[in-house]
Design a protein around this ligand. Structure first.
Ligand code: KMH
Ligand code: ZN
Length: 277
């Protein structure tokens, strides 16, 4: 493993603009963030969008406009969230794929999510996986708990490899209700990932204060990194995050220190089986 894929998750569905004014919520804010994060070393953007009132939405017109604008302005791999917000119905989450992103997230199970429940029934997972295969959309399998890696193994065993043929997993650690953001939990996942198809890659992100331990653990275990204000709005104790760029710059710095410098968008596409544009 010679380099590091850095994913930026700039917005998410949970943080409110009123509470965190630096959160990018308009298309202009998102595109500007994307350009600056790409320049700092990000190669994937994990996208949730907001409506005119800065509330999370899966509006099809906005999703399509977002994909088009990010493609026009950057070379980033555009990964739409099919997870949305915990309140989004399955039909809207499936319809995210109609906006034709290059990648989309695909969560491997139901998990308590703070005070809510992030629902991912087996039949829904199979439907998402199959539709992505049909449309040539490369999934990022989101893992919130160790057992979800066994679900992924079952999914691939029954329904085959994803579009592009490469399996990429993202460990989302430290969600209240999911696995903790610890080195021990990451090591357990890394062991389980060895049972997935040869060449499977993983990235990891730690929610809130677990961001740094998870980043260091992932780099040391050969994993890639996801950072962004979807997951972390505190840079250090008592110090709010100023921008997504601050988080990407820190991740790129850690990756350099680990002698696994950020991969270009072209190299990330080659690694993940995402076609070159
Ligand atoms: N917002 C969470 C409920 C994803 O993007 O696929 C789900 C989430 C996962 O963020
Ligand atoms: Zn997300």
């Amino acid at each position: 493993m010679t380099g590091t894929v850095i994913t930026v998750a700039p917005t998410g569905a949970e943080v409110s603009k009123a509470a965190v004014p630096a959160l990018p919520v308009t298309l202009d804010e998102l595109v500007q963030t994307a350009k600056e994060c790409e320049a700092l070393g990000a190669s994937i953007i994990h996208v949730h969008i907001r409506d005119a009132a800065a509330e999370p939405t899966l509006d099809q017109g906005r999703l399509r406009a977002t994909v088009a604008a990010l493609r026009d302005s950057t070379d980033l791999i555009v990964q739409l969230s099919s997870g949305g917000a915990v309140t989004d119905p399955e039909s809207d989450r499936l319809a995210v794929l109609d906006a034709a992103p290059e990648m989309a997230s695909c969560t491997m199970g139901t998990v308590n999510f703070g005070d809510g429940v992030f629902m991912n029934r087996w039949e829904f997972i199979v439907g998402l996986h199959a539709r992505m295969q049909e449309r040539g959309i490369v999934p990022e399998y989101e893992i919130f708990d160790l057992g979800q890696l066994a679900t992924l193994q079952r999914l691939l065993g029954k329904y085959g490899l994803p579009a592009g043929g490469h399996v990429h997993v993202d460990l989302v650690m430290g969600v209240p209700g999911g696995m903790p953001g610890t080195t021990a939990a990451l090591a357990a996942c890394e062991q389980a990932i060895r049972d997935l198809p040869e060449g499977t890659t993983f990235s990891a992100t730690g929610i809130g204060r677990t961001t740094i331990p998870v980043m260091l653990a992932s780099l040391s275990a050969g994993g890639h990194l996801r950072v962004g204000m979807e997951d972390t709005v505190t840079y250090a104790k008592g110090q709010p995050v100023e921008s997504n760029m601050q988080l990407v710059a820190r991740a790129a710095g850690f990756a350099q220190l680990a002698q696994r410098p950020p991969l270009t968008t072209t190299a990330a596409r080659e690694l993940l089986g995402v076609p070159l544009r």
